[in-house]
Design a protein around this ligand. Structure first.
Ligand code: DHB
Length: 325
């Protein structure tokens, strides 16, 4: 009898002391926690990725890479306008060959931390999306993210690929035909109906969806010179101002399709992370907040998420994912 009582006490004690488990899975790829470095931030060198892994990020998305190197737009390319950031970088990147080497170098060094790498790809034509998917797959990233939603660049159609459901599906199908690696398609909020696009890429074989890319383009002026603050003129708007729009988009997508979603958009606090998970996100991207707060933002978000889970008695993320749907 006494023995049994002790066992029960021990079980209760263990339950009470047990740390919430923050790990999640995206298409069979395990993340130690749901926080993801969003594309475009610190995404070019494997040295930085290893520092991120060491500090406790859940996954890392590279900056979008194209077949050929791109110099991008002249400076200034990014400005803090008060409610968030506005940026027009012009998808500057060193091209696929350099990125393949970076990813290869990173894979080995990230392995001890169990932090997966998501390679973001970009192209000007549907055909080139297939080619770059094939090249990037040689580096064996854990996941591929397809950026069809940059607000600063025109595609072969003189609008974002993500503006059109048929075109988005064509890109998705082309990428899928050229890789065995799970494919996440990154959607834009700058459309009439994001759910229509989500359904189209899901039907075309996407394994997951990343939502949202930056909002806009927006325009911020220097009123003394009457000129835009960005050299390019207009740019993508990000940061806390767009968070409620991102949450609504993620909710609508999660209601409509069965795919895992990486929720991105103005995530700055643990509260924002929880919100994304409540509307169905499996993982949560962080971009602008890294620019303001540095790498420390990731352990802080995880600590705040853990506090929330403890307060609610949740042991695992799945226990509250989609609760607001
Ligand atoms: C750029 C690309 C993006 O996908 C985005 O959301 C904002 C800016 C760029 O490189 O200009």
């Amino acid at each position: 009898m006494r023995q049994r009582g002790n066992e029960r006490d021990e079980a209760t004690r263990q339950r009470g002391d047990m740390e919430p488990d923050l790990s999640v899975e995206l298409c069979g790829v395990r993340l130690p926690n749901p926080t993801v470095l969003a594309s475009g931030i610190l995404g070019l060198s494997h040295g930085t990725w290893v520092r991120l892994a060491r500090i406790g990020v859940g996954a890392i998305t590279t900056k979008s890479v194209s077949l050929k190197p791109r110099p991008g737009y002249p400076n200034p390319v990014i400005v803090d306008w008060g409610g968030g950031l506005i940026n027009a970088v012009g998808l500057s990147n060193p091209g696929i060959e350099v990125m393949v080497e970076e990813i290869r170098a990173a894979k080995e060094k990230l392995a001890p931390y169990g932090v997966p790498l998501i390679a973001s790809i970009f192209a000007n034509t549907i055909y080139d999306f297939g080619t770059i998917a094939r090249y990037i797959s040689e580096a064996e990233p854990d996941l591929i993210e397809v950026n069809i939603s940059c607000p600063n660049l025109d595609s072969q159609y003189e609008e974002m690929f993500a503006a059109n459901a048929y075109v988005s599906a064509q890109v998705t199908a082309r990428v899928k035909r050229n890789t065995e690696i799970p494919v996440f398609v990154k959607l834009s909020p700058n459309v009439t109906d994001i759910v229509e696009i989500a359904r189209a890429v899901a039907d075309a074989g996407a394994d997951g969806i990343t939502a949202i890319n930056s909002l806009g383009p927006g325009l911020v002026l220097d009123i003394e010179t009457a000129r835009p603050v960005l050299a390019h003129g207009t740019g993508g708007v990000s940061g806390p101002a767009i968070h409620p729009i991102a949450v609504r988009c993620v909710r609508d997508i999660c209601r409509a399709v069965e795919l895992p979603v990486i929720g991105v958009g103005g995530v700055t606090t643990g509260r924002d992370v929880v919100e994304m998970i409540l509307v169905g996100a499996t993982a949560v991207g962080v971009g602008s907040a890294v620019a303001w707060q540095g790498l420390e933002v990731f352990p802080r978000l995880c600590a705040e998420l853990r506090d929330y889970m403890r307060r609610h008695g949740y042991q695992r993320i799945e226990e509250f994912r989609g609760k607001a749907l």
